[in-house]
Ligand binder design. Structure first.
Ligand SMILES: *Cc1c(COP(=O)(O)O)cnc(C)c1O
Length: 360
């Protein structure tokens, strides 16, 4: 059995130690004689698991009691609807567009204008390689919330400093949650699909200020209603039990690594190694403004796009998987989430140099 370096953007690589533990526990979890996915989410054993996962996430991110932590389903994309349904409340929401995902969030929210839920305003629009200058943003006074995506997974554009806006901030952290320390108190809501930087697909984390739980639209479906889910410990209906379990194992793994501060150092080193290699070469380019280059998703282009196919073939042979860029950007993309090691990134850098030497 070999596990190769998997740079997939999502669902993405998970720590081998976590998968080994899940494998060892697969048939008989905690001596119950059944796997964790075969028992009731209402059982005492499962509830203990669920609470432990939440407690560890709170520890990792330093989340205070002012926040509810929800373990939901439907992916980040369902949150594009849940957010206006829970938080718009007849007001105006401001959306910053810096790439594919923030644009999708904006478009989905915009549909709720026609339902009379409130107004949805586009603050500014980036070109996919830069973030519009703050003094061009058309912010609404007294907005219900301000939405943005700190890390655009497809474009590789990351906003490292929390925008200084007056409205409650709602942020799509799908591809950068737990990659670096953040101050949760700067945000009113943080959400993330698990399949990028946490665990398997099927689980969506929502971290929301409890004071915002009172303003959902009457049209909001029960399972999408944050207050309902909070009051029912995210078990209004059957949750994604196995994904919740695996995410809990990833939280434990992360704590063993020394937490978010420790993993952030490795993440910085990984990104630096890759961008340095790209910048040192005329054969590879990354078009993103260096101030906003993502430390999680690194798109890069080859000088001759006719070589793309060969690059993908040879990298695969070298044990470096899933480097094809998203079709809207083209070229390559290396997603280097927490589970990717510095050694794996160094192997990619060596392969890139060798490929350039042979074909450049
Ligand atoms: C992957 C991704 C999404 C979509 O997630 P789903 O779980 O497929 O709905 C949304 N936002 C960002 C930033 C992403 O990376």
């Amino acid at each position: 059995m070999t596990r190769l370096a998997n740079f997939c953007a999502g669902p993405a690589s998970m720590p081998t130690a976590v998968l080994e533990r899940a494998q060892a526990e697969m048939l008989d979890w905690q001596g119950l004689g059944a796997s964790v996915m075969e028992i009731s989410h209402r059982s005492a054993d499962y509830i203990e698991l669920a609470q432990k996962a939440e407690a560890n996430l709170r520890k990792l991110m330093n989340i205070s009691d002012d926040y509810a932590v929800l373990f939901l389903q439907g992916g980040a994309a369902l949150q594009f609807s849940s957010i206006p349904l829970n938080l718009l409340n007849g007001g105006t929401a401001d959306y910053l567009n810096t790439g594919a995902w923030s644009q999708k969030a904006y478009k989905e929210a915009k549909r709720y204008e026609t339902l009379g839920l409130g107004k949805v305003n586009l603050v500014a629009e980036g070109d996919g390689s830069d973030v519009p200058a703050f003094d061009t943003w058309q912010l609404t006074d007294g907005a219900s919330y301000f939405h943005y995506c700190p890390n655009e997974t497809i474009h590789g554009v990351q906003i490292f400093d929390t925008p200084k806006v007056n409205a409650p901030i709602v942020a799509d952290f799908s591809s950068c949650i737990l990659s670096e320390p953040i101050n949760v108190n700067d945000f009113s809501m943080i959400y993330a699909g698990a399949q990028k930087n946490i665990g398997p697909a099927g689980l969506t984390l929502v971290i929301v200020r409890k004071e915002l739980l009172e303003q959902a639209s009457p049209w909001c479906p029960n399972v999408m209603n944050y207050k309902n889910q909070f009051e029912n410990d995210s078990m209004l209906n059957t949750p994604s039990t196995y994904a919740w379990y695996l995410s809990g194992l990833v939280f434990e793994w992360l704590l063993e690594q020394g937490g978010v501060e420790a993993i952030a150092k490795i993440n910085r080193a990984k990104a630096q190694a890759l961008y340095d290699a790209i910048d040192a070469s005329d054969f590879y380019t990354n078009k993103v403004n260096p101030a906003y280059r993502s430390i999680m998703n690194v798109p890069f282009q080859l000088a001759d796009s006719n070589l793309d196919k060969l690059f993908l073939e040879e990298s695969k042979q070298a044990g470096l998987l899933n480097l094809k860029g998203h079709r809207v950007v083209g070229g390559m993309r290396a997603s280097i989430y927490n589970a990717i090691t510095l050694e794996q990134v160094q192997a990619l850098v060596s392969f890139m140099a060798e490929f350039e030497r042979k074909h450049g």
